[in-house]
Write a new protein. Structure first.
Ligand code: NAD
Ligand code: UDP
Length: 311
C-alpha cells in the first residue's frame, strides 16, 4: 500500500513509519515539526520507499499520485502544550482532520484517525468502554485537546456516512517509549529525565490518580491491525494494567536506582482521576493484546533516554 502518515516525525508516527516500511509498504510522512523532529526519521533517509514532506496539515494538502491509506496522527499531545499552543491544537484537530479526510475522499483511500482516551475526559465509568460518551469540560484547559479530538471523531463519522469514506478511529491510551521528547512534559519523559539526573520526581497532586501505560510497539501493532480490519467503530488500544502515579514514580526510581525520592506539586486543572481501557473490542475484533510488560518497556525507554542524555 502507499500510505500517508501525518505527524510522521513525531513519537508514535515515526514508529508507525518504521512498522509500515518493515511490512513492505510505501510511506509518505507529513509533519510541520511543531512537536516532532526529523531526528526521529533520520534513519529512514535513503530508503526508496520513504518520503518526508514538511507541511502543516491545517493548510490545503497536495500529494501527487495514488494513496491507499491516510493515517492522521498530526496533533500535539502533551498537556504542557494545552497551555502553550491551544489554537494550533484546535486547528489541527478540526481543519487538519477536515483536510486529511478530503484528501482520503479524493484519493478513495482508507482513513484512520488517531483519537485519544481524552474523549472520555475525567471518566465517570471505569474502565472505559468505547460505548461511554465521556465527561469533558469544554471550557477548561484540557478542552482544547479533548474537544478537538471529539470534533475529529464527529467529522470522520460524517465523511463515512455522507461520502462513504472507509474510516477507522483508534482511541489511544497513554503510550510511551523511545523517541518521546525529554522536554515533552508528559509523565514518562519527566520522571525518567529527573531520575537520570538524580533529582526528585515531581508527582502532581497526591499521586493517587491512575493511568495505564502501553509500550509503543504494542500500540503500533494495534493501529496496523485496525487499519487492515473492517471495523469502522472506535476501538480502544491501550494496556489495561492500571497504576497510580505515585507507584509509577516509585517504580521509575527503583529501575533507575535514583535516590532522589519524590516531591509533590499542585495537580493541574481537570487532570483525570482514573484511566484504564476496556480492550474487549480490540481483543475480540482485532485479536490484539499488549505483549510488552511495564518494567520491560520502561527499561527500554530508560536506556534510550540514558543514551540521549550522555554529554
Ligand atoms: P508527538 O507530538 O510526538 O507527535 C505529533 C506529531 O504531529 C509531531 O511530529 C508534530 O510536529 C506533528 N504535528 C502537529 N501539528 C501538525 C500540523 N498542523 N501539521 C503537520 N504536523 C503536525 O505526539 P505523539 O504522542 O506521537 O502523538 C501522536 C498522535 O497520537 C496524536 O494525534 C495524539 O493526539 C495521539 N495520542 C497519543 C497518545 C500518547 O500517549 N502518546 C495518547 C493518545 C493519543
Ligand atoms: N504527572 C505528574 N508529574 C509530572 C507529569 C505528569 O505527576 O511530572 C501526572 C499528571 O498530573 C497526570 C499523569 O501524570 O495525572 C499523566 O500525565 P501526562 O502528562 O503524561 O498525560 P495525561 O494522561 O494526563 O494526558
Amino acid at each position: 500500500m502507499r500510505i500517508l502518515v501525518t505527524g510522521g516525525a513525531g513519537f508514535i508516527g515515526s514508529h508507525l513509519c518504521d512498522r509500515l516500511l518493515a511490512d513492505g509498504h510505501e510511506v509518505i510522512a507529513m509533519d510541520n515539526l511543531i512537536t516532532g523532529s526529523t531526528d526521529n526519521i533520520a534513519h529512514l533517509a535513503g530508503n526508496r520507499r520513504f518520503k518526508f514532506i514538511h507541511h502543516d496539515v491545517t493548510d490545503y494538502i497536495y500529494v501527487p499520485g495514488r494513496l491507499d491509506a491516510v493515517m492522521h496522527l498530526a496533533s500535539p499531545a502533551s498537556p504542557v502544550d494545552f497551555d502553550r499552543i491551544p489554537i494550533q491544537i484546535l486547528k489541527v484537530g478540526s481543519l487538519g482532520t477536515h483536510n486529511t479526510l478530503g484528501l482520503a475522499w479524493g484519493k478513495a483511500a482508507r482513513f484512520l484517525l488517531a483519537s485519544t482516551s481524552e474523549v472520555y475526559g475525567d471518566p465517570l465509568v471505569h474502565p472505559q468502554p468505547e460505548s461511554y460518551w465521556g465527561n469533558v469540560n469544554p471550557i477548561g484547559v484540557r478542552g482544547v485537546y479533548d474537544e478537538a479530538k471529539r470534533f475529529a471523531e464527529a467529522i470522520t463519522m460524517a465523511y463515512h456516512r455522507i461520502h462513504a469514506v472507509d474510516t477507522r478511529i483508534i482511541r489511544i491510551f497513554n503510550t510511551y517509549g523511545p523517541r518521546m521528547r525529554l522536554d515533552d512534559g508528559r509523565v514518562v519523559p519527566n520522571f525518567i529525565g529527573q531520575a537520570l539526573q538524580g533529582r526528585p520526581l515531581t508527582v502532581y497532586g497526591d499521586g493517587g490518580q491512575t493511568r495505564s501505560f502501553c509500550y509503543v510497539s504494542d500500540l503500533v501493532d494495534g493501529m496496523v491491525r485496525l487499519l487492515m480490519s473492517d471495523e469502522t467503530g472506535p476501538v480502544n488500544i491501550g494496556n489495561p494494567l492500571e497504576v497510580s502515579i505515585r507507584t509509577f514514580a516509585e517504580t521509575i526510581n527503583r529501575l533507575t536506582g535514583n535516590a532522589g525520592g519524590i516531591v509533590y506539586r499542585p495537580l493541574p486543572a481537570d487532570d483525570p482521576k482514573q484511566r484504564r481501557p476496556d480492550i474487549t473490542r480490540a481483543r475480540t475484533l482485532l485479536g490484539w493484546e499488549p505483549q510488552v510488560g511495564l518494567e520491560d518497556g520502561l527499561a527500554r525507554t530508560i536506556e534510550y533516554f540514558r543514551a540521549r542524555m550522555q554529554p
